[in-house]
Ligand binder design. Structure first.
Ligand code: GRF
Length: 193
C-alpha cells in the first residue's frame, strides 16, 4: 500500500476525493499526511476530521526558507511518503523536495495543459481564459511536477465540454466534479503498480 502526502491550500475537495478513494479501497493507498500553507484551510480541517496528520507550514511558521524546507522534508520522511499529490497547492515545492521525490510528484490542473497553465492561471482565472478564448472543450490535466508552474510531463488528461452559456463559475464547478472522479482513477492506476 502506497503512502500519499497531499499538499493543499484551500477547500480540499480534491483531497477529499483522494481520502474517499483510499477509504473505499479503489486506490491502493492511504493519505499519510496533509500539508498546507494556509492555517485556516478547509483541507486541514478535512484531514483532521479523518484523523490524518495535518500540518500548516509556511513562511509564517518558518520564515527562514532552509528551515521551511527542512520541516517539510522531515515530515514527508517521518510519514514514509511514497507519492506527493499537489491538490490545489498555491506554492512551489523546494528544489530539495523536487529532487528527493523526482518522478513521484503529481499536480492536478483544471484545464488541458499546455494551454491555460502557468503563473496566474489558477481558480476562476483559468476558466475565464478558456471561455474568453472561445474554447469548445476544456478538461483536467494530471502532470508530473518540476520547478516551473504547470510545466512537467503530462500523465493523463480528460475532456470536459464548454457550454455556450457557461460562466467561469459554472465551468469551474463542472470541471471540479470531473476532477474528483478522474484523480481517483489516475491514482488508482499509479498505485496499482
Ligand atoms: C482544483 O481545481 C485543482 O485542479 C486546482 O486547484 C483546485 C483545488 O480545489 N489545482 P479543492 O481545493 O481541492 O477544492
Amino acid at each position: 500500500m502506497y503512502n500519499i502526502a497531499v499538499f493543499a491550500s484551500h477547500g480540499g475537495s480534491d483531497l477529499q476525493a483522494i481520502m474517499d478513494g483510499c477509504a473505499t479501497g479503489q486506490i491502493n493507498a492511504r493519505v499519510c499526511v496533509v500539508i498546507s500553507n494556509n492555517s485556516g484551510s478547509m483541507a486541514l480541517e478535512r484531514a483532521r476530521r479523518a484523523d490524518i496528520p495535518a500540518w500548516h507550514f509556511s513562511a509564517k511558521t518558518h520564515p527562514e526558507p532552509g528551515m521551511l524546507d527542512k520541516v517539510v522534508m522531515d515530515t514527508l520522511t517521518a510519514h514514509q511518503t511514497d507519492i506527493i499529490v499537489l491538490a490545489g497547492y498555491m506554492r512551489k515545492l523546494s528544489a530539495n523536495v523536487l529532487q528527493q521525490y523526482n518522478g513521484r510528484i503529481y499536480n492536478i490542473h483544471p484545464a488541458l495543459l499546455p494551454k491555460f497553465g502557468g503563473q496566474g492561471m489558477y481558480g476562476l482565472h483559468v476558466h475565464a481564459a478558456v471561455i474568453a478564448a472561445g474554447e469548445k472543450v476544456t478538461g483536467v490535466t494530471i502532470h508530473h511536477v518540476n520547478s516551473k508552474y504547470d510545466a512537467g510531463d503530462i500523465v493523463a488528461q480528460t475532456e470536459v465540454v464548454v457550454l455556450a452559456d457557461d460562466t467561469s463559475e459554472s465551468l469551474a464547478a463542472r470541471v471540479l466534479k470531473r476532477e474528483h472522479v478522474f484523480l481517483v482513477e489516475v491514482l488508482q492506476s499509479i498505485c496499482a503498480g
